[in-house]
Design a protein around this ligand. Structure first.
Ligand code: HEC
Ligand code: HEC
Length: 262
């Protein structure tokens, strides 16, 4: 086009405002998808569990301590016939299993050794050994916070401390912080009673009370979010990165747009 000439019918360039809006919206959508994905992680995968694959994983990763048929091996691992889905899911998602040593020592939380779909496969297979508590279906958000606080104080605080940060129990055992467990793991721990923790069946703590406790533990993780949006409580460094990244993208787009006009 000749210098200076500005055809009247030239297609209108989208305004800076519109461009920024689109970029902003896209960023929000991408971030929302990303944080939803984070939340979903750890729950069992959407596909149907494959007990045959679970058996393969069990034989190579678990049978040496728990026996081929789950009957247990003296000094190495307990009988799993009454472990049930809640226990298997809890021990695998919290990385406690596979253990590196035999019985007699507290097993600690670690990053999980298996992918969520492999955990679902192992749960399906180990459940064929016998029966035990199912994975609890608890909606923490529906729980009553005040009731949860009372129940937590009465049943959990003696070992886990009123702030949920845990404490020593003696003889080398300790109650870990409850705040690193997911909502589902909290509900599972209550039903299963891992290690030195007592199990609370639904006759002692019913599902509605369990939802209240789970909600309260969730509250203990971050009593409130000072300083605005929490970004899923992923920590100040990550939050700073997100702010920096979003800001940079907006600046780049604005600079390009201004540059393109002259
Ligand atoms: C090195 C030995 C070892 C290996 C390997 C091992 N476990 Fe364990 N497992 C143990 C011990 C010891 C305990 C008891 C720990 C405790 O409850 O504090 C245990 C406890 C468990 C429990 C809880 C039992 C209950 O009564 O609720 C489950 C479930 C379990 N293991 C599943 C598995 C699975 C699945 C694998 C394979 C992925 C596995 N374990 C691999 C030693 C082992
Ligand atoms: C007698 C002491 C005791 C009581 C009471 C108790 N716990 Fe525990 N809890 C423990 C111990 C010990 C462990 C660690 C078990 C292991 O891994 O060997 C534990 C583990 C847990 C975990 C797993 C933490 C993680 O990071 O994986 C959660 C969650 C939990 N307890 C919640 C509760 C709740 C909720 C209550 C009340 C309903 C409760 N506990 C009552 C002793 C106790």
């Amino acid at each position: 086009m000749r210098a200076g000439a500005r055809p009247a019918n030239r297609p209108r360039r989208p305004s800076a405002f519109a461009v920024l809006n689109v970029v902003g919206l896209a960023t929000v959508v991408v971030f929302a998808m990303w944080s939803t994905g984070r939340g979903a992680r750890g729950a069992s995968a959407g596909t149907t569990p494959d007990a045959e694959n679970g058996q393969r994983l069990y034989v190579s990763g678990c049978a040496s301590c728990h026996g081929r048929d789950g009957a247990g091996v003296p000094t190495r691992g307990p009988n799993l016939e009454h472990a049930g889905p809640a226990s298997v899911d809890f021990y695998l998602t919290s990385g406690r299993m596979p253990a590196s040593e035999g019985t007699g020592k507290q097993v600690l939380r670690k990053p999980p050794a298996y992918e969520p779909d492999e955990i679902a496969d192992l749960v399906a297979y180990v459940s064929t050994f016998g029966d035990g508590p199912p994975i609890p279906r608890i909606d923490a958000a529906s729980g009553d916070l005040a009731e949860g606080q009372q129940l937590y104080t009465a049943n959990c605080a003696a070992c886990h401390n009123s702030a949920g940060s845990g404490g020593a129990l003696g003889q080398g055992y300790f109650a870990p912080a409850v705040t690193r467990a997911s909502n589902l793991q909290v509900a599972e721990a209550v039903r299963v009673g891992p290690g030195a923790m007592p199990a609370f069946g639904s006759g002692v703590i019913d599902d509605e009370q369990l939802a209240a406790i789970t909600r309260y533990v969730d509250h203990l993780r971050a009593p409130d979010d000072r300083g605005g949006l929490s970004l899923g409580r992923i920590g100040p460094v990550t939050e700073g990165m997100v702010a920096w990244f979003v800001g940079m993208v907006l600046l780049l787009v604005a600079a390009r747009w201004i540059g393109a006009r002259v």
